[in-house]
Design a protein around this ligand. Structure first.
Ligand code: NDP
Length: 495
């Protein structure tokens, strides 16, 4: 595609990307990818067969042999070249992402590709730093312990950050010398193919990054494949459990980035405007389709009514509509099916004893009638046991809950099987750290939300995940340690 996508763009049937080029799938099956803003079909996409997945693995094995033998600086240069091309093609890929995912251009042009490119840049810079250890065993021995890549690794993506997830997963894998096979979510298959093009244009050897398309069956083929050494999933908790069980059949390593129902705790002494600003971002960015969102907002009673009073008008002022309109802040939800799931939670909230502050309905603008739109909703005076308070909605539904003291709110905030994120808003330095330490989650922000620089590990406690993405720790997930013990003297028999 040479021009930027717009709301009515349609595309030819999309293929797989294996061995550095587009190839036809052999399954004979295709599926549709649909524009969430209009529910028009964008194009058909070919579904990979087991044979295609096997071909991708064979291509990745061949790519691995070349890539893992390449000098570190050469690999760094190729990855940095990919970063350069991604930045040149930022707007084009962002428009395609908006078309396929419904995420507003205001987000995709400034965050999705930008943050993914940063990730690749960060890991490219670490390639030369991947070193081992040396141990002396006098008088006649020494050992070297070095990192080796795993081989062929695979990633399975969710639909909420399609191209960013492909970059978050492939960047550390490639930096460690592995090759990679990525399966995008069936709902958002388009932009991972652009990433594959970019990698190839940057000089990545054929087969080092491959894209196989399809539904959960293709995910299963990857999770179960005996020649794949590692699988990294972003998805729901239930999917994480299935992928882990499938990966266990060949004892491959797993990284799981799963769902959340994260708490934001706002104390009486918090800066009200900062807390309101962060809470809005933590609930309505990407129409609430963000895993780390802080959807249970606990506010101490002294600030409670002032907080709710500010939130309502600020939320109602958010511009909802055509994601290609650069001023739009809230686009459509990903699919009709997901829209009805989210509307089910909105209906449950409206029927509950919670106070309806705003939103939760289909907008009455006729121009939006064909898209999966819902107005951002706030419910106050919620109860911890309400279904929409306990379960991940993955839509623009904020629950506000009053609390009295620190012990009480920590107990309530931690009363969940999820543990992805959380935040505390207070001007009290000691309390900020005490509460941040006590929140049972992998990522906690103090007076902020959803900051995710590439150098900082990200991942979940409890059922929100396993392993980490970003940061140095990820290098351990994409390498294995090889110990070589050398004896310089004679070997004496014990017997
Ligand atoms: P799903 O779990 O439904 O799907 C995720 C991916 O797994 C898709 O590519 C899907 O394929 C595939 N898949 C589904 N079933 C299987 C299976 N049995 N074996 C292998 N692969 C399978 O998640 P969603 O796409 O609906 O994404 C939303 C979820 O992702 C939310 O729970 C959200 O919290 C979580 N998420 C977590 C993040 C994190 O970093 N912690 C970040 C973003 C989202 P198909 O395309 O056919 O559905």
């Amino acid at each position: 595609m040479n021009e930027y996508a717009n709301a009515s763009t349609t595309l030819p049937t999309q293929q797989l990307y294996i061995g550095g080029r587009y190839v036809d799938a052999t399954s004979g099956e295709t599926f549709e990818t649909i524009n969430p803003a209009t529910n028009q079909v964008i194009c058909e996409v070919q579904q990979a067969s087991q044979g295609d997945v096997d071909d991708a693995v064979a291509a990745a094995q061949a790519g691995f042999a070349v890539w893992s033998a390449m000098p570190a600086m050469e690999r760094t240069r190729i990855m940095l070249k990919a970063v350069e091309i991604l930045r040149e093609r930022n707007d084009e890929i962002a428009h395609l992402e908006t078309l396929d995912s419904g995420k507003p251009l205001s987000e995709t042009t400034t965050v999705d590709i930008v943050s993914g490119a940063d990730q690749i840049e960060y890991y490219a810079g670490l390639i030369s730093m991947l070193h081992g250890q040396h141990f002396d065993f006098p008088p006649n021995g020494f050992a070297s312990v070095k990192r080796e890549p795993l081989g062929v690794c695979a990633g399975i993506g969710a639909w909420n950050y399609p191209v960013q997830i492909a970059m978050w997963k492939s960047a550390p894998a490639l930096a460690c010398g592995n090759s990679f096979i990525f399966k995008p979510a069936e709902l958002t298959p388009l932009t991972a193919l652009k990433l594959a093009e970019v990698y190839t244009a940057a000089g990545l050897p054929d087969g080092v990054f491959n894209v196989v398309q399809g539904d959960y069956r293709v995910g299963q083929m990857l999770s179960r494949h005996e020649s794949i050494a590692k699988i990294s999933l972003t998805g729901e908790v239930g999917t994480g459990k299935k992928v882990m069980a499938d990966a266990a059949t060949t004892l491959k390593g797993v990284t799981l980035e799963l769902g959340g129902k994260s708490p934001i705790i706002v104390f009486d002494d918090a800066d009200l405007d900062n807390a309101v600003n962060a809470t809005l971002v933590a609930n309505f960015y990407s129409a609430g389709e963000v895993c780390s969102n802080g959807t249970r907002v606990f506010v101490q009673r002294g600030l409670y009514e002032a907080f709710v009073a500010k939130l309502g008008p600020r939320t109602e002022a958010l511009k909802i509509g055509d994601p290609f309109d650069p001023d739009v802040m809230v686009g459509p939800l990903i699919s009709r099916e997901h829209h009805s799931k989210v509307m089910g939670y909105m209906d449950a909230a409206l029927a509950s004893t919670a106070r309806h502050v705003c939103g939760g309905s289909v907008p009455d603008d006729v121009a939006l009638a064909h898209g999966n739109y819902v107005t951002p909703a706030i419910f106050a005076d919620c109860d911890d046991e309400m279904s929409f308070v306990r379960e991940e909605v993955f839509g623009p539904l904020m629950s506000v809950l009053p609390f009295d003291d620190e012990d009480e709110v920590l107990h309530r905030a931690n009363d969940t099987n999820y543990g992805l994120s959380g935040a505390v808003f207070t001007r009290d330095f000691a309390r900020a750290h005490r509460v941040a330490n006590a929140i049972e989650a992998g990522n906690v922000w103090i007076n902020s939300y959803n900051d995710l620089p590439p150098s900082i590990p990200f991942g979940g406690y409890k059922q929100s995940g396993y392993g980490r993405e970003n940061g140095l720790v990820t290098l351990d997930h994409f390498t294995q340690w090889k110990t070589i013990y050398a004896n310089l003297g004679d070997f004496e028999a014990y017997y």
